[in-house]
Design a binder for this molecule. Sequence first.
Ligand code: HEM
Length: 400
Amino acid sequence: MTVENPNPETGEINLVDREFAAAPQPVYRRVLSRCPIARSSFGAGPVLSRYEDVIWALRHPEIFSSEMEVQMALGTERPMIPQQIDPPAQTRYRKILDPRFSRRRMAELIPQLRSQANALIDRFIDAGECEFDGAFAIPLPCTAFLSLMGLPQKDLDLFLELKNGIIRPQVDPGDVEGATRVRSTSGKRIYAYFEAVIDERAAQPRDDMIGYLLGAEIDGNKLSHTEILDICFLLLLAGLDTVTSTLGCNIAYLAANPEHRRRLVADPTLIPGAVEELLRWETPVTCVPRVIKQDLTLHDVAIKKGEVVTLLLGASNLDESEFVDPERIDFERKRNRHIAFGAGAHRCLGSHLARMELEVALEEWHRRIPEYRIKPGETPRYSPGIREVQYLPLVWNTQR
Ligand code: HEM
């Protein structure tokens, strides 16, 4: 028998459950109405869900710190830059990184990405079916990442292997030691890969991301090779799974909701609005963690210094105090200040890149495959954590 989430007796919310990953919205609804501060069933830390509370926490890094002892858990040997450090040090890194990720720069990648999207579609369109995650949602962001970094496309499989080794190590469920071992080995290989590229660029400068970082300065000092490594490690982890998961969530939604899909096909100018609305509704990065720097009381609940707090972005994105009629999917929503990319100092560095990838992918997919559905008799399978639709079998008619 499945227990209601959050558990009505203990008030604990289970955020690592496949059922939650497949359909988190009913859980968000319950947690928003019943308990502004829930407890996570995993580690028992406080969970903040209301928009106002989560935004406040994200904007106060001096209380809600990103400097956590999580490094080893992700196969890294040092904090990743800038995500695992607090302002003001974090802000100095963002100053040099932000211009490199501007909307204008990301637009330069569009023609190449469009042709890569079409090359992928060419591989399976005539078959009338595909498993979307493996065939499209996984490889496309990786090709975009390689272009962004100025790395060769032939390294695509290697990057996917390394990233999966960290984010989804292939071990038996519950084998924590095995997962740590795989992560640590993959982490070492990621450091070694980027170290070799840094050495190459130092010897023969090039105008790509690593070339740029080698020339960048903070307060008149060049970045060390270690700092560049810690930035590249983060870009690899932050930039691939997030877009893969968002693409999967979007297409799964549109496959199951043909009236919305047909509107996009009939009027592709709705796609940017659809990307924002589906980011709000699906919020693939469901939550972010922070560690508390000082005791505080919120909604009469005492939160102790040192506790790890979960900020439930997905629930905030359905909070009716911020969103008019939050249950309604409206591709033309007038005010959509969703926080699927976070907020405050650590707001997503790659949001322009992500939006560009999502828009190009939805445009090209619907231009080539306007009518599709989930394969009859099959059920999509979502992963807990970042909500990747790991199994998304689609079918369409090949008589065009
Ligand atoms: C739809 C896709 C994406 C989503 C939903 C997403 C979501 C997020 C969220 C929620 C955060 C805030 C983390 C926190 O507050 O602790 C974040 C930070 C970050 N994201 Fe993204 N992201 C996406 C794509 C990307 C891409 C494509 C890149 C780069 C290649 C990227 C790079 C980063 C970096 C570097 C940070 C850390 C920023 C900092 O700490 O200053 N993200 N992202």
